[in-house]
Ligand binder design. Structure first.
Ligand code: FDA
Length: 584
């Protein structure tokens, strides 16, 4: 007999584990999380929070999104991505980033009801963990995962209470390993990984100092510094990152991975801070310092039987593009509703196979993108004439040469401009954040071809209702007033049918199929004199179906299936599709 029983046990209270627990609780699934430490993140690692991750928080409830925004630094203070020789020194150039360039801003506004923002992990984790506990999650801190054994009916997990040293067992139907980049769950499962750990060395220096005079006129979250040593390890260049405007900062500075990791004491931390900020008298209040390694590694499969891995346990990569915590939260959004359907007996275990099929390609994509972004600092070094090693005198000479009224000077200015503009693939890469599309047994395309990319899919979000894609956001208008996003009409643990005038058959079918399968399907009929109206016509332009057509949307906002127009037997159609998705 196990000491504790629960439906789902989650290891880890990072962004992945806390989000999953919160979602499970909001779907009414009993769950428990454990964390080996007594509290949550103690350093502000992740911060760039993209629109898709915010949509998950919004789905957890407006109060969760509001709480996050209360702590976040808003988008308009994120955007002047500066490249310089030091904060006090000469600026090499800058690029408007994170949706702050006017055209990009428009794309952000049109893509989502949520705003990208900067929310350090020290704030994000309590928001998600608090939501989980408030909604019903049982949390055990200072509790370490040790091992697990699974059988046909469930998983028995051994944990150790670190306060007493005593081991105890938890019996659950499913186990989720959200235990970070050194995941013991992943290791014990023996899941396949591609890539390499430890490809570069980095140190984090967290400190307080009022740097307003260097930054307030060019507000940004990231200030990139070209200094001798900037090309060694690290994440492309030296980085001074805003944690709180403008008096709390995190420096990321590389070290040679082939040498032992440096001991970052107060003296070294102060020296690096003075060097990157360019103020030899600067006094800092050192909060913490540590070293970490740059990884380039992802799981090609994220499940074994009743056990799943997610977050950094499955994708291990540098912070470039700010994808880690965001993707971890989205892993949770993908898995939680599937677990809920299976736990409630609404779906068979076959639905769970779609988790790895859908999320492993994303793991590969984001790990590859983040590592590529480090390499893409290369053209900036080249434009400044640094071909291996960053030498102080060379930097000075090169900086001077770029001011010459010569052909060479002009060519160098042009090369530097282009090299900086090219960094939009790291700092304004909206497509990577928003274009995730799934192909799996939990999506029914009926052979409809995927729409061709009309622009660079890494840079730009391309809305479509092609099954597998995220439901496009547009604002719609309830009869009683106000506006709601299409995403607000869906989610919260339920499948949703969206249709229009002439689609009454789909509404009736959804009710019948929902009853037959024991899983209520929400419906919205959108059109004139209906409860939800499309006054602007944006929905008619976005939906890619006719008024009497049907979009079936999964609880994670991804389109499960669509019918272009009315069907002869909508109930049979919907039953066919729902049965396929649920594995029944
Ligand atoms: P995470 O590592 O956060 O959590 C793991 C959890 O498991 C912890 O609670 C831990 O205590 C627990 N645990 C581990 N082993 C255990 C055991 N045996 N028993 C019990 N508990 C155990 N991402 C992003 O989206 N935007 C960004 O801007 C950045 N920026 C950034 C900057 C820097 C400097 C770094 C180092 C990283 C980032 N990231 C980021 C990445 C981000 O921090 C990372 O991807 C997420 O924390 C991953 O979340 P997880 O929940 O998967 O793991």
């Amino acid at each position: 007999m196990a000491d504790i029983t629960t439906e789902v046990l989650v290891i880890g209270t990072g962004p992945a584990g806390s989000a999953t627990a919160a979602l499970l609780s909001s779907y009414g699934v009993e769950n428990m999380v454990v964390n080996r430490y007594r509290w949550l993140a103690n350093t502000p690692r992740a911060h760039i929070t993209n629109q898709r991750a915010m949509e998950v928080l919004r789905d957890l409830g407006p109060e969760v999104e509001r709480e996050a925004m209360l702590h976040a630094t808003h988008q308009h203070l994120m955007g002047e991505n500066v490249f310089c020789v030091s904060l006090a020194g000469e600026e090499l150039g800058r690029m408007k980033s994170w949706g702050n360039a006017p055209l990009s801003k428009a794309e952000h506004l049109m893509s989502s009801p949520c705003e990208m923002n900067d929310l350090p992990q020290t704030f994000m984790e309590p928001v998600l963990f608090g939501a989980a506990c408030r909604k019903g999650t049982q949390a055990r801190m200072s509790t370490e995962y040790v091992s697990h054994a699974q059988d046909d009916e469930g998983v028995t997990t051994t944990c150790r209470d670190r306060l007493t040293g005593k081991e105890f067992t938890v019996r659950s139907k499913f186990l989720v390993g959200a235990d970070g980049g050194n995941s013991l769950v992943a290791e014990q499962l023996g899941l396949p990984f591609e890539g390499k750990m430890g490809v570069g060395g980095s140190m984090n220096i967290l400190f307080r100092a009022d740097l307003s005079k260097y930054v307030a006129h060019r507000p940004s979250v990231l200030y990139w510094v070209m200094q001798p040593g900037a090309d060694v390890g690290g994440i492309g260049m030296g980085l001074v990152r805003m944690v709180r405007p403008w008096n709390e900062w995190l420096i990321v500075w590389g070290y040679d991975i082939n040498q032992p990791a440096p001991v970052v004491d107060a003296a070294l931390a102060t020296q690096v801070a003075r060097q990157l900020i360019g103020d030899p008298e600067l006094e800092i209040e050192l909060l913490s310092a540590n070293t970490w390694t740059v990884n380039n590694c992802f799981a090609t499969h994220m499940q074994k039987g009743r056990v799943f891995i997610m977050g950094d346990a499955a994708h291990r990569h540098p912070p470039s593009n700010g994808l880690g915590s965001n993707t971890s939260i989205q892993d949770g959004f993908n898995l939680a509703w599937k677990l809920a359907c299976v736990v409630k007996g609404q779906a068979t275990a076959r639905l769970l196979d779609s988790y790895s099929v859908e999320r492993a390609p994303i793991a590969r994509q984001i790990v590859t993108r983040a590592n590529q972004s480090i390499a893409e600092f290369g053209p900036i070094f080249e434009a400044l004439g640094m071909d291996g090693g960053v030498d102080h005198d060379k930097i000075q000479a090169s900086m001077a040469a770029r001011c010459d009224a010569t052909e060479a000077g002009e060519a160098q200015r042009e090369a530097l401009r282009k090299a900086i503009e090219f960094k939009k693939y790291e700092f304004d890469c909206h497509g990577v954040e928003m274009n995730q599309r799934y192909r799996s047994g939990a999506v029914v395309t009926d052979g409809q071809p995927e729409p061709a990319a009309d622009r660079d899919m890494e840079l730009h979000y391309q809305p479509t209702t092609w099954p597998g894609a995220r439901l496009p956001h547009v604002w719609l208008f309830p009869r009683e007033g106000g506006q709601v996003s299409t995403l607000d009409l869906c989610g919260r643990g339920q499948f949703t049918v969206l249709t229009g005038i002439g689609g009454e058959g789909w509404v009736a079918a959804a009710e019948q199929v929902g009853k037959a399968l024991g899983l209520p399907i929400r419906t919205h009929l959108i059109g004139p004199r209906q409860p939800i109206e499309d006054h602007s016509g944006d929905w008619a332009r976005a939906r890619e179906i006719r008024d009497a057509g049907c979009l079936l949307v999964r609880p994670d906002h991804h389109v499960a299936w669509r019918s272009f127009g009315a069907a002869a037997d909508p109930e049979a159609e919907l039953m066919r599709v729902m049965s396929a998705i649920l594995g029944r």
